[in-house]
Design a protein around this ligand. Structure first.
Ligand code: BG6
Length: 482
């Protein structure tokens, strides 16, 4: 086993993402002995705080945010704690980076990772200050959280600024969906199983659906979320990446750029939604008060106490204009305050050419779920056993669930942080991918800004507005619901 020795600096170290995901992920990497105990984890944040108060806070947060079925282990924490240092930094105040210089240059490790868990508008300032204090070297790497910018233009500006200080191969643009095992498994499923290879195209697939629904609202992030909305928060990154993995051509190898080249081709082949179709193919909505998980919840506007035209739900019908996918619809949707947490891909295969059975339906569906549980199911037609004179069919599910020992144990962030530590960029987004995704989503966002698609509403606890359902009904299809 390799123990990696490095210094990791988390900017925004006291932010929501850091407490919920990054710190638990780092704790697990220490627990599983991936990180050498001479490494350092520097939590950088704006508050002035002692090392011991920071450690107390981190301990408290870890206890809250570790997996529900996991016990907090004092022994592991003792090791973890020995790696942690606190650093007071104000991004707007260059001189506070002196604190970081003092820490980093003492007993330094050669490999240095800067994790920017902050809004992307701060990236330039942080880079400049790091550079002023000569803290960036050729072995340094930087992790950029999404969304980078708010559109193509701002993404380009921010990325260009970061590129003044780091080379492209030092930049790790994170999309945590790529760290999920089930998402990586799409590559294995498609390219290592002969039976799917000849079927994966417009001739054999009727349509594809992707649902990323959440029952939570925007929680304490209203101010932040309200500047972005579901399109920038979920579609431009997570959903686009899933579309890429489902639709891309086989890469010539698992080399990071071989995969990214294929994903980029998909993004460049996305058919731009015409203005006349915007209303029916690009639906946006906001939740109103309702009942989720048996509890009454407020509407989005009441959550924030303010007027807003930020969408909390998006449903899109998209096409990939290339040889493989010609005219095959991809229906994608995501939203807050829907009935449950459900992340699922449905590949609906076409009908057989001619049916000799009475009750034949279009049964062949591959359902890939990655939340709340991970599973893969293939629906097939099967004879109903018995003595009926006329053969009758029923739909049965073939569970392709991996043996328990295969089931994911590691959170997406753990996998991705380890990849940054071992300098493997395969599961990170290259600049051209991020910008191609912005280019496509920008057109929809600007149509929405011009009110070409009016904002709809949906009651919290429901599956989105009626128009999202009729988007499929018009094509004589329905969303797959659990
Ligand atoms: C994040 C979004 O990227 O993904 C959040 O900013 C969202 O709004 C989260 O809740 C969902 O991730 P997961 O892994 O829980 O499906």
């Amino acid at each position: 086993k390799i123990f990696y020795k490095c210094d990791i600096v988390v900017f925004g170290g006291h932010g929501d993402l850091s407490f919920r995901k990054l710190i638990p992920a780092l704790y697990h990497l220490v627990k599983d002995a991936h990180i050498d105990l001479n490494s350092r984890i520097i939590i950088a944040s704006r508050t002035k705080m002692s090392n011991s108060d920071n450690t107390k806070l981190i301990k408290e947060k870890l206890k809250t945010f570790l997996n529900k079925d996991e016990e907090f282990e004092d022994e592991v924490f003792a090791k973890f704690e020995s790696l942690i240092k606190y650093c007071h930094i104000d991004f707007a105040e260059n001189k506070t980076f002196k604190n970081l210089e003092n820490l980093l240059t003492k007993n330094q490790n050669e490999e240095r990772i800067f994790y920017f868990s902050t809004a992307s508008e701060f990236y330039e300032n942080i880079c400049k200050s790091l550079s002023d204090y000569k803290l960036i070297s050729t072995t340094s790497r930087v992790v950029l959280e999404k969304p980078i910018g708010k559109n193509l233009e701002t993404s380009k500006v921010i990325n260009e600024k970061v590129l003044e200080y780091f080379k492209e191969d030092q930049i790790y643009r994170i999309d945590h969906y790529l760290g999920k095992d089930t998402v990586q498994n799409l590559i294995a499923l498609r390219f290592s199983n002969k039976m799917f290879v000849p079927l994966w195209d417009a001739n054999n697939i009727d349509h594809i659906q992707i649902t990323l629904s959440e029952s939570v609202g925007v929680e304490s992030r209203w101010e932040f979320y309200n500047q972005y909305g579901a399109m920038r928060d979920m579609v431009q990154n997570h959903l686009m990446q899933l579309v890429c993995l489902l639709a891309m051509e086989p890469p010539h190898s698992l080399d990071p750029n071989a995969i990214r080249d294929e994903k980029l081709k998909v993004l460049n082949s996305l058919r731009s939604i015409e203005e006349k179709d915007m209303k029916n193919h690009a639906i946006r909505a906001q939740y109103t008060a309702g009942i989720v998980d048996g509890k009454e919840v407020k509407g989005y506007l009441d959550d924030g106490n303010s007027q807003s035209d930020t969408e909390t739900f998006v449903a899109l019908k998209l096409f990939i204009d290339n040889f493989r996918w010609s005219d095959t619809p991809f229906y994608i949707r995501t939203g807050k305050r829907m009935p449950s947490k459900n992340s699922e891909i449905v590949i609906q295969f076409k009908s057989i050419p001619y049916s000799i059975f009475d009750n034949y339906t279009m049964p062949n569906k591959l359902i890939i779920s990655f939340s709340p549980d991970e599973s893969i199911t293939l629906n097939l037609m099967h004879k109903i056993p018995g003595l009926d004179e006329k053969m009758k069919l029923q739909e049965v599910s073939l569970e392709l669930n991996p043996p328990r020992s295969f089931v994911r144990k590691n959170e997406a962030y753990e996998r991705l942080l380890l990849d940054v530590i071992r300098a493997n960029p395969t599961l990170f987004m290259r600049l051209d991918e991020v910008n191609a995704a912005w280019k496509w989503t920008d057109k929809i966002i600007s149509a929405w800004q011009n009110n070409i698609t009016p904002m709809q509403t949906y009651k919290a606890g429901t599956n989105g507005p009626a128009s999202a359902i009729s988007m499929l009904a018009k094509d004589e299809r329905v969303w797959h619901e659990n």
